[in-house]
Design a binder for this molecule. Structure first.
Ligand code: G3P
Length: 225
């Protein structure tokens, strides 16, 4: 079952100053500690420049934030599946609304990741796009209404119908995200049928990322009681 390797919480570090270098490592270590203490699996998606450093320092699943569907070679600035695999990542986010991709490129990247045995978590702005992503063979789909990203107003509270529709229509494990910041947000998302949550600012910008992750993990535990 693919669900067994998919974390319940994925923290996207984006390009925040608060997640760069040593600070990113601290967040990843906090994720590892919370995973050990609660049994709730937590993945991290560090900044590219820190991918290898973080993947070799922690035991939690590490994802790239994006890959280009290109073979190794003369592609200046490209991030290849080979590079991400070599860095120790177990998969990649694709098509984040802050890093959108053409459909054909999503399809190629999903395939290239699969060939290497890596997970693809394809982001989608709504359930319809999410369904298309699952039909392309994505391991999992993350549905995030773009207007709620970074607002602290969660999809669980503001757009619960998006979660319900996603779970109904998408034939792959579903993550939901955008504004997720409390244990209650996580609990609702999972009770509505999501496999997990994809989030960024609530953890990356928290004064104490360990406490915040602990709180979010409680949401998973409560949903399953
Ligand atoms: O990839 C996660 C994301 O786009 C949601 O961001 O800051 O609203 O949790 P945030």
């Amino acid at each position: 079952m693919v669900e067994t390797v998919l974390p319940r919480i994925i923290v996207n570090f984006k390009a925040y100053r608060e997640s760069l270098g040593g600070k990113g490592l601290e967040i990843a270590k906090a994720a590892e500690r919370v995973e050990k203490e609660t049994g709730v699996s937590i993945g991290v998606a560090p900044q590219f420049v820190d991918l290898r450093m973080i993947a070799s320092a922690v035991g939690v699943p590490v994802f790239a934030q994006h890959v280009d569907p290109l073979p190794p070679g003369a592609h200046t600035g490209a991030v290849t599946v080979e590079a991400v695999t070599d860095s120790g990542a177990i998969g990649s986010l694709l098509n984040h609304s802050e890093r959108p991709m053409k459909l054909i490129d999503i399809e190629k990247a999903v395939e290239m990741l699969r060939e290497k045995g890596l997970i693809s978590v394809v982001c989608a702005s709504d359930p319809r796009v999410g369904k298309a992503a699952a039909d392309l063979g994505a391991t999992a789909v993350a549905v995030e209404p773009p207007e709620l990203i970074g607002t602290g107003v969660s999809v669980s509270r503001a757009r619960p119908e998006v979660i319900e529709r996603s779970v109904k229509e998408i034939r792959a494990p579903v993550y939901v995200g955008a504004g997720v910041s409390t244990s209650e947000d996580v609990r609702r998302a999972i009770e509505l049928g999501a496999h997990g949550v994809l989030l960024a600012s609530a953890v990356v910008k928290a004064k104490d990322p360990y406490r915040k992750l602990l709180e979010l993990a409680e949401g998973v535990i409560t949903a399953e009681e």
